[in-house]
Design a protein around this ligand. Structure first.
Ligand SMILES: Cc1ncc(COP(=O)(O)O)c(C=O)c1O
Length: 463
């Protein structure tokens, strides 16, 4: 097997970082200026996680391309970490949102007819009968867990180790060598003792799940149908069936969060696999990147909410802007014109081409890395085979590789090198992962450009 040495990674990283900085004087100057008034020089702290020392400032974005203020044009494979998966400035989505704003009000705390179309379409795609619209997937997950607690009269929730569902305290916990703790370094958890909120087991571990549910004190299991944030981890055959059966048996609700996994196709994995959750959440690109999320409920939960007086669904649920008419218009346009079979057929075909190209590079170089794909999302990881669950993913990469190559802060020098290398070749890759999203207007040439850039880097790394 070929090996990648830290020495080689660091030497290339220094060179690429130097090139990144010297070719982006305007972004650098804007970042320095922004630091005077914005925390960390950015309007949202996540924008600090780009490599190269500062984020590029965006001048224009259209389709799968972004142009920065220094005039560099990038193929955008990050697509706002899925928020932009419909493509930037999608003409019909922009038109629907602009028309809503121009003629019917941005937000009025009143419904529009679009909401009826949206409710019907969500029911058709994902199976759940009743819906609410929130601002973000984080928001929807938080509300869903509150509803689950009220509905069941139970306090605890269960999530899988290594999961991510947004800034949701109950899910920002990790089983660290047998001890349940809040994610190290996270900002002030509401409840400092993770065990008071959450029980955690491993994805694909049916026995552990059964044991954790058996006391009958879990309100809700929250999960992605395929894990994405710790790397793509597929459910083993029978896992979803067991999860549904066990949650039912123990009076626990099942929440499927498709915020990322909807990159599989227009009906998500829920629609494709015929999953039957009690609660469903998706967000990010559901309104083409305009802030919106969808939250679906079973008949039983809806009945419970409908029985309550309006006041009781008011306190602790949603906010003034939730379900605003512009978000609803955006959801309708995105579902009609972007999140459809035609687009996904093309995106998935291109993503397969990307997957094959990356796998070939890895084979040719003799590296023990693997490639994984869900729909139009493709990633490679520095491990010989996919982990079975989050615990394996958390620890295997560090065990398997030289620790200092892959773990330093959130990731490590090898990850930083791949990202800055791509940026210097006109490609934006999602921070923190080796993950690429193929958007609706991407072409074979775009895919080959990315695969070519990774091929060139791998040859530099193993020579
Ligand atoms: C599976 C999943 N759920 C929910 C969220 C939260 O989305 P947002 O940050 O848009 O609220 C994320 C964010 O990455 C996610 O990956």
């Amino acid at each position: 097997m070929a090996a990648v040495t830290l020495e080689r990674v660091k030497a290339l990283l220094e060179k690429e970082n130097g090139r990144f900085v010297s070719q982006r004087p305007k972004s650098k100057a804007l970042f320095e200026e922004a630091k005077q008034t914005l925390v960390g020089g950015v309007p949202m702290s996540w924008m600090r996680i780009w490599t190269g020392g500062f984020p590029v400032f965006v001048d224009r974005a259209e389709g799968v391309y972004i142009t920065d203020v220094d005039g560099h044009r990038y193929l955008d494979l990050c697509l706002g970490d899925t928020g932009g998966l419909c493509g930037h400035a999608h003409p019909q989505i922009v038109e629907a949102i602009a028309t809503q704003m121009r003629t019917r009000g941005t937000t009025t705390m009143l419904p529009t007819e679009d909401s009826i179309w949206v409710g019907r379409e969500l029911r058709r795609r994902f199976g759940l009968p009743h819906w609410q619209v929130l601002m973000t997937a984080t928001d929807a997950n938080r509300m869903a867990l509150k509803v689950a607690r009220s509905f069941t009269g139970r306090q605890l929730i269960l999530c899988f180790n290594g999961t991510y569902h947004g800034s949701v305290d109950e899910t920002l916990v990790v089983n660290f060598f047998g001890e349940l703790i809040n994610v190290p370094g996270m900002l002030g958890p509401i409840v400092p003792d993770a065990k008071a909120m959450t029980r955690v087991v491993d994805f694909n571990d049916i026995d552990a799940l059964e044991q954790a549910l058996a006391p009958g004190d879990i309100a809700c299991v929250i999960t992605e149908p395929v894990m994405t944030n710790i790397g793509i981890i597929f459910p083993e055959p029978g896992f979803h069936e067991a999860l549904r059966e066990l949650t039912k048996k123990h009076g626990t609700l099942l929440l499927i969060d498709e915020t990322h996994s909807m990159c599989a196709g227009p009906r998500g994995i829920t629609g494709e696999m015929g999953l039957k959750p009690d609660i469903f959440v998706a967000g990010k690109f559901i309104a083409g990147g305009y802030p919106a999320a969808i939250l679906g409920f079973s008949d039983e939960i809806t009945g419970f909410m409908n029985q309550r007086t309006p006041w009781h669904n008011f306190f602790g649920f949603g906010g003034t802007l939730s379900g605003n008419a512009t978000a609803v218009a955006g959801i309708r346009a995105a579902l009609e014109h972007a999140i459809n079979e035609e687009n996904f057929a093309r995106m998935v075909r291109l993503a397969k081409r990307m997957e094959d190209g990356l796998a070939q590079i890895i084979r040719d170089a003799g590296l023990a890395w693997y490639v994984a794909r869900i729909g139009c999302r493709v990633e490679f990881r520095f491990l010989p085979k996919p982990p079975r669950n989050g615990s394996e993913a958390l620890f295997a990469e560090v065990d398997y590789n030289a620790v200092d190559i892959v773990s330093e802060g959130l990731t490590g020098p090898l990850d930083a090198l791949i990202h800055v290398w791509c940026a210097n070749r006109g490609i934006l890759l999602t921070p923190v992962h080796e993950m690429a999203l193929v958007g609706p207007t991407a072409t074979e040439r775009d895919v080959d450009h990315y695969v070519g850039a990774i091929g060139e880097l791998v040859r530099e790394l193993v020579k």
